[in-house]
Every structure is written in C-alpha cells, then in structure tokens.
Design a protein around this ligand. Structure first.
Ligand code: GRG
Length: 310
C-alpha cells in the first residue's frame, strides 16, 4: 500500500470510530440533560437547561469522550460506565468553553460555528450554565447509575477534580490570563498549557485505565500518553490560530497574536512546531506499543490531534 493510501486508511478508521463514540456520548448527554428530575433535585429550570443544552449539544468533536471510551476499551471495561464518565468529562469541557467565551475572559461571539451561550442567552445564563455543568459532572460519576465499584468512582472523582481544578485547567486558565500582562518563558508556557489543555486529555486517558481496573503501570502509561497528546493538541491549536480561519475553525482565529500572547509557535516558528508535533506523536505512539494492535485507534488519534485542521 502506498504511503498516501495508508494515511487515508488511517484517517477513515479513526474518523469512523470518532463518529461512533461521538454518537454514543451524545445519546448519553441527551438523556442526562433532559427535563427529568433526579432524586434530590427540586426543579430543572427550563431556561437554564436550554442554555446548558446550547453549550453542550452543539457539534463538538467529542475528542475527550472518545479518549475515555477507547482507553477503557483497551482493558475490556464496561462500555456503559465508560460512556457515563466520558459524558461527565464532556460536561466539564463544555463548561470551560462556555466560561472561556465570556466577555471577562476570551470574549468570543462564536463557538462551534454558533453564537456562544452568553450571546444566545445572556452572561448570567452562561455563568450558571457553566456552574451547572461543572457540578453535574461529579454527580454523573458518583451516581450509582455509573456501574463501577465505589473505589473506582472515588478515584475518578478525585482525578477529575485535580485535572479540572486549581492545579489543573482552572489554574492553567489563570496563568493564561496573567500571561497577557507578563509574558511567561518557555517553561512557563509549557506548564500553563499542560494545565489548561493537557490536564483534561491526561485525565481522559487515565480514566479509561481506572474504569478498566488497569495495573498501576498501565494507568501511568495511559496518563503519559494523554499528556503527550495534550501538549500536541495545544501546539496544533496555536498553529491553527495563525494558519487557519474562522470559517474552518468555527471560532475566531489570530487571537493570540492580537492579544500579544506568547506561544511556543510565536517563540520558535512554524517549522519548529511541526517538528515538535511529529516528535510528540512518536512519543505518544511508543507509549502504547505494548498494547500492540489493540491500541491502533488511539495511535491514530495521536496523529489526528497533531495534524487536525479544525
Ligand atoms: C474557563 C476555567 C476555564 C477554563 C478555560 C479550555 C479552556 C480553559 C479554554 C479554551 C480556550 C482554548 C481555545 C483552548 C485551546 C484548546 C481547546 C480546549 C480547544 C477546544 O477544544 P476542542 O477543539 O473543541 O476539542 P470542541 O469544540 O471540538 O469540543
């Protein structure tokens, strides 16, 4: 098979599985975000639910859910439980996007090709939609409906809190906001990116290992794989910010440059970044080598993340 055909084959396998996982998690999100009251709830206000649904059920790539489910599948884990954890992680991701788009943060009008939640509703609705999603994520994992033993659910809750919270995504966002006034050096940029974007990717892969009751060694292997693709994802994002356009991305581009934000791309240039990206893909893929062909789709995901166009 020629190299180009091999590449096309890889893309079509990956794209097919990504679409299947996206459909599974969207079904789950539809159910979780319906009007039905869960025990202990008093009411689900309709406008709040509409704002939440606007922020979640709006065509994201569902990459993090895919990672959870494919990592869990490596260990023959229960698919329904993996799907609930995947949906919980997507709730956290969507909350971060809804809040990031607010005027006090990145001030964006467009997300996933549609008006952002504060534009379609208002700022208060967007804040509350994000708050609701953040809280709900932990409810979903802790719930008895997530059919994992209590220890696994506790490990997932703790790992997600740490990935999403002060020492993870929220902390990374705080560092990113500070970077607008005081430019960080290279290691500062790497730290903030590992926190802001990498931590959820790392959690996604590690979560699969937790759900599948993997050995400590395999859990660490998956977590390291997640960190490598998280870094690659952010590098690709920075690259797209200068090489792509709003129509392709479904959100504004050129924002880092306008904000005078230092990125590894602005520091080292496009060629260096592309080389780094292929190094990261190699590193990520070799981490999964012990799983042989069972990890093929995750191997392909690493390549997709580095080479993505939107
Ligand atoms: C507000 C606490 C808080 C955190 C915000 C994630 C984040 C932190 C900000 C988003 C800014 C941004 C564009 C970061 C780059 C990486 C990123 C998360 C891109 C969006 O993720 P995709 O491409 O999006 O997976 P979809 O829409 O496909 O889900």
């Amino acid at each position: 098979m020629s190299l180009i055909m091999e590449q096309q084959n890889i893309n079509s396998n990956f794209t097919t599985v990504l679409a299947i996982r996206a459909a599974q998690v969207e079904d789950m999100l539809e159910q979780l975000l319906d009007q039905r009251l869960r025990s202990g709830e008093i009411a689900r206000p309709e406008r709040l639910m509409a704002a939440i649904r606007h922020g979640v059920l709006n065509g994201g790539k569902r990459l993090r859910p895919f990672l959870v489910m494919e990592a869990a599948a490596l260990f023959n884990a229960d698919e329904q439980a993996a799907c609930r954890v995947a949906a919980a992680l997507e709730c956290i991701h969507c909350y971060s996007l809804v809040h990031d788009d607010l005027p006090a943060m990145d001030d964006d009008d467009l997300r996933r090709g549609q008006p952002t939640v504060h534009k379609a509703f208002d700022e208060a609705a967007a804040i509350l939609a994000g708050d609701g999603l953040l809280t709900y994520a932990f409810d979903i994992i802790a719930s008895d409906e997530t059919e994992l033993d209590v220890s696994a659910r506790l490990q997932l809750v703790r790992a997600l809190a740490r990935a999403a919270g002060i020492g993870g995504m929220v902390g990374g966002q705080a560092l990113d906001l500070m970077a607008e006034t005081k430019k960080p050096d290279e290691s500062g940029i790497i730290t903030l990116q590992a926190m802001k974007t990498g931590a959820l990717m790392r959690f996604a892969c590690e979560a699969g290992a937790i759900i599948g009751k993997a050995s400590d060694e395999d859990r660490e292997r998956l977590a390291e794989f997640g960190s490598a693709i998280g870094l690659a994802f952010q590098l690709a994002d920075d690259l797209l910010d200068i090489t792509s356009d709003a129509a392709t991305m479904g959100k504004a581009t050129g924002k880092d440059d306008k904000a005078g934000k230092a990125t590894l791309v602005s520091m080292h240039g496009v060629e260096w970044t592309r080389k780094q990206l292929s190094g990261l893909v190699e590193q990520a893929q070799s981490l999964l080598a012990p799983f042989e062909e069972r990890a093929l789709i995750l191997q392909e995901a690493a390549l997709f993340i580095a080479e993505r166009k939107s």
